[in-house]
Ligand binder design. Structure first.
Ligand SMILES: [Zn+2]
Length: 592
């Protein structure tokens, strides 16, 4: 390429950088991050306080229909237990003590003092009396080791309101006490509710499963609600729409009652009756649907309590096929400090059953942050007897492969990497190529000088001179110390690198030049690369421009396959400085 062609090519690049929809050609050597949503997060702080306020709101108030129901129930249970040794609902084979269904409640009230809606405000009550349940121990034990005594029912509140659909229910239980006044075996004085996990744990498993609710200091929700939340929250149906759904269902339940009441009044020709209670009248229907912060808080409590089990389960899952990716989307749901995001990405690793096997919230996309996660996952595979990971899918395999192969040694065991070019005939160096391979600064200078001489004396303005420089990356300073001093910088080589009329063509040539500029302290390379018309030509970018490859970052292996239709295997980097490196380098140059 020379003169006009070069200008033409540069203007094509410019056109693309201005019209490139996905900016993948123009910004070839830069990874484009997905945009980060800077949504404000202000609801987290208020969660705890609003949950507390709601617990209070859910309490029954004196003289309300619900309080009357619970007071009457407590007295009735006492006498039922005296007669039957258990509540009548247990005799019937049910945990629920249910008020009559509205249809019968209305019909019954008609026979009494006239059609009355108050029976429609009552809720079901779940009776949980552990000492009367099948398979219960003779004595429940306290955490201190001595036996617990029964300590009657609760007074205030009599029962706990449990959030549920289509309507809340109450959970009624008894108390236990580790009685300090006992003569034989004085206890420690602890009072425990029958719904306490410590009591539940002393019941047979099949009975434990029947317990209907999750109780936390923030409140109580039914098992069904938590199951619905788990299923919906994990599919983007968050707490806010869930709370709206529960509210809607509870309002509809109230509307059903009101409809039955007014229709019955119409049917029986009754007039001048009491109005049906409004949904939220605490004396009447006392509807109190849970808010989104309340549900979110409770859900967090439930998941935190189960976390150890969830994690243990996760750690025993197989990971024979792994799928790893970073995302930026979930991070908007994670708290920030003064609007500054603490973490920028989440890395997730799924297994062959689409189960999350590892998840890390990280400061950047750099793989060093997820090293621990992978090590722990592989440790879990060994510990639980699962086979080692065999395949790993990622969106940038070229960049991530060395990392994964280093972390998981089993990945490379008995594996020959295959690409679409593997079956092509292998690339061979052109035997006519004259290779001059020197490793001494004086000879390098001589060779470079010869190129310059030929170049400027030659009649033809353009000629290709393959040049390869081997730099041992890790010990750059030591190995090249002779070349480091600016006075000793090989003037001819330097002018080849900086002269803008000599176009540097190569694979990942810009990065190579940057490396050289740093290693040799050749400061004037960088400005020449930054100029509008840089004297460099990235082969991969050019191949992309010509439609030969999809990515402007295509590897030399891909370029050789797509352009030359040859298989070019990039040799493993040599461990010694001298021997195979120059050989490899000239093969690479031939390939170019
Ligand atoms: Zn005790």
């Amino acid at each position: 390429i020379a003169g006009a062609q070069w200008t033409q090519l540069n203007s094509e690049f410019e056109f693309i950088s201005e019209n490139d929809e996905h900016a993948d050609v123009a910004a070839g050597d830069r990874i484009i991050d997905e945009s980060l949503v800077d949504e404000a997060l202000d609801h987290l702080q208020s969660e705890a306080s609003s949950a507390e306020a709601e617990v209070e709101a859910a309490e029954t108030i004196p003289d309300s229909e619900l309080r009357k129901q619970l007071v009457a129930l407590k007295t009735r249970l006492d006498s039922e237990i005296k007669i039957h040794n258990m509540p009548l609902c247990y005799v019937r084979g049910d945990f629920f003590d249910r008020p009559p269904h509205p249809v019968f409640a209305l019909h019954n009230s008609l026979a009494g003092t006239g059609l009355n809606p108050s029976g429609l405000y009552l809720r079901d009550v779940f009776i949980w009396l552990p000492y009367l349940l099948p398979g219960c121990p003779k004595r429940f034990m306290c955490t201190c080791g001595s036996a617990l005594s029964r300590n009657g029912f609760n007074d205030d509140p009599i029962a706990r309101r449990v959030r549920h659909i289509p309507d809340d229910f109450f959970l009624f239980t008894n108390r236990f006490i580790c009685d300090g006044r006992r003569v034989n075996e004085p206890g420690c004085g602890t009072s425990i509710q029958g719904t306490d996990p410590h009591i539940l744990a002393q019941l047979p498993r099949q009975v434990q499963v029947a317990f209907p609710a999750y109780i936390s200091p923030r409140g109580a929700v039914s098992k069904l609600m938590v199951r619905l939340m788990r299923n919906t929250f994990s599919h983007r149906h968050g707490a806010a729409p869930f709370a709206e759904m529960v509210t809607e269902v509870q309002y509809l339940s109230h509307a059903d009652g009101e409809l039955m009441y007014t229709a019955a009044a119409n049917f029986y020709g009754q007039t001048g009756l009491k109005r049906f209670s409004s949904f939220d009248d605490p004396h009447g229907y006392a509807g109190s649907p849970p808010s989104a912060p309340y549900l979110k808080g409770l859900f967090t409590d439930v998941v935190s309590a189960h976390r150890i089990f969830i994690e243990r389960d996760t750690a025993t899952k197989p990971l024979t096929v792994a799928k790893a990716d970073h995302t930026f989307h979930v991070l908007k749901h994670i708290g920030s400090v003064k609007g500054e995001q603490i973490f920028t990405a989440a890395s997730t690793c799924m297994n062959e059953f689409e189960e999350a096997r590892g998840h890390a919230i990280v400061y950047s996309k750099s793989l060093e942050h997820v090293e621990d996660m992978y090590e722990h996952m592989f440790e879990g595979l060994r510990a639980s007897g699962n086979p080692p990971t065999q395949i790993l899918y990622t969106d940038s395999p070229q960049a991530e492969r060395p990392f994964h192969e280093r972390i998981n040694k089993t990945m490379t065991l008995n594996v020959v990497p295959v690409t679409q070019w593997t079956d092509l005939p292998p690339f061979r160096s052109d035997p006519n190529t004259i290779t001059v391979s020197v490793s001494d600064s004086i000879h390098i200078e001589e060779a470079a000088n010869e190129i310059l001489q030929n170049l400027f004396s030659c009649a033809s303005p353009s000629q290709l001179y393959p040049i390869a420089l081997a730099i041992k990356a890790e010990h750059c300073a030591d190995e090249l110390s002779r070349l480091q001093s600016p006075s000793d910088i090989l003037p001819s080589l330097r002018s080849i690198l900086t002269n803008s009329s000599i176009i540097k063509i190569g694979h990942d040539i810009r990065r190579s030049l940057q490396t050289i500029s740093q290693a040799f302290s050749v400061k004037d390379i960088e400005p020449s690369m930054a100029s509008k018309n840089p004297s460099t030509l990235e082969l991969a970018k050019y191949a992309k421009l010509k439609g030969r490859v999809d990515s402007p970052l295509a590897s030399l292996h891909d370029l050789a396959g797509a352009v030359l239709h040859k298989r070019f295997d990039i040799p493993a980097p040599s461990t010694s400085w001298v021997s195979p490196s120059p050989k490899f380098l000239c093969a690479e140059i031939d390939c170019l």
